[in-house]
Design a binder for this molecule. Structure first.
Ligand code: NAP
Length: 288
């Protein structure tokens, strides 16, 4: 079998066209969706991520405000900036790029963001909403994975999903989203004994580990859907995922590539969350 490729770039283009249309509609009601992105320090990877997020906002007509601060920016100063943005009605989403320098408590900063503007979905209120099935912002990467499953009309009801990885930003929320769609979910992690025994039973596998070749062809049931969240470098320095793409795509029914899979979807869902935050602000303000 040669797996169907779930093209994250193509799906992103389609979703972003819809976001751009909704943005125009919102602007005619007097609200321009605004995202504030805060970068502290000079981590080169973070600088690239932030640039891509700002560009994606611009392309879809959202307003983006990029704040860059030096690595010695203090926690108190950062908390002060977040407070100011919480109170700024032109800003609907606040994103503090992680990782932060070690002298700043990242969790404290995340918790200082107003849940109404928590478009990354990392605030404990957002996590609690997802946990309990209440409305709230979903973390962008697993949210993007759900959209990819939706795009191939994959019905999760009664299916067995295996999530490899249990981080707060990918693995755990991913598992909860799959559960919400009535999948039977197994979460695997570094202490899992015999990962292959679990993945071989899966109808859907999400690999979110950060290690190359965590999932190989012999670990996949024929026809399973494989979503590769991992971002790693191969021996030639090229971007690759957690999945042995060449091997697994001979067995799986559908698979996401790296690059061009989950990565672009993550930014798309950030735009979606920001737009949603702005639409909610419009509704709260009673705009027609
Ligand atoms: P993380 O916080 O480092 O979590 C990795 C998880 O993998 C942990 O739960 C860890 O288990 C588990 N793990 C480690 N080795 C394992 C093994 N051999 N078998 C099974 N599980 C194992 O990473 P993350 O933030 O979730 O990110 C995961 C990957 O996704 C990274 O490559 C990251 O760059 C990428 N990512 C991509 C996007 C995107 O937009 N495409 C967004 C976010 C992250 P323990 O909990 O037991 O340590």
């Amino acid at each position: 079998m040669t797996a169907r490729i779930i093209d994250g770039n193509a799906l992103s283009r389609q979703l972003r066209a819809g976001i751009a249309e909704r943005t125009v509609a919102l602007k005619t009601r007097g609200i321009a969706p605004g995202l504030a992105v805060i970068l502290v320090g000079d981590d080169p990877a973070s600088a690239v991520y932030v640039r891509n997020k700002v560009k994606a906002c611009d392309d879809c007509g959202l307003v983006s405000v990029l704040e860059k601060h030096k690595a010695d920016f203090t926690e108190a100063e950062l908390l002060g900036r977040v407070r100011a943005l919480n109170d700024d009605p032109s800003i609907h989403g606040i994103l503090v790029q992680l990782p932060l320098p070690p002298h700043i408590d990242a969790q404290k900063v995340i918790e200082s963001i107003s849940p109404a503007k928590d478009v990354d979905g990392f605030h404990i209120a957002s996590a609690g909403a997802l946990m309990t099935g209440l409305p709230g912002f979903w973390p962008c990467t697993p949210y993007g994975c759900m959209k990819m499953l939706e795009s191939i009309e994959f019905d999760l009801r009664g299916k067995h999903a295996v999530v490899i990885g249990r981080s707060n930003i990918v693995g755990k929320p991913m598992a909860l989203m799959l559960l919400q769609k009535n999948a039977t979910v197994t979460i695997c992690h570094s202490a899992t004994v015999d990962l292959k025994a679990h993945t071989l039973q899966a109808d859907v596998i999400v690999a979110a580990v950060g290690k190359r070749n965590v999932l190989t062809a012999d670990m996949v049931k024929p026809g399973a859907v494989v979503l590769d969240v991992g971002m790693n470098r191969n021996d030639e320095g090229k971007l690759c995922g957690d999945v042995d793409f060449a091997g697994v795509s001979e067995v799986a029914g559908a698979i996401t590539p790296v690059p061009g899979g989950v990565g672009p979807m993550t930014i798309t869902m950030l735009l979606m969350n920001t737009l949603q935050a702005a639409e909610q602000a419009a509704a709260a303000a009673g705009l027609p």
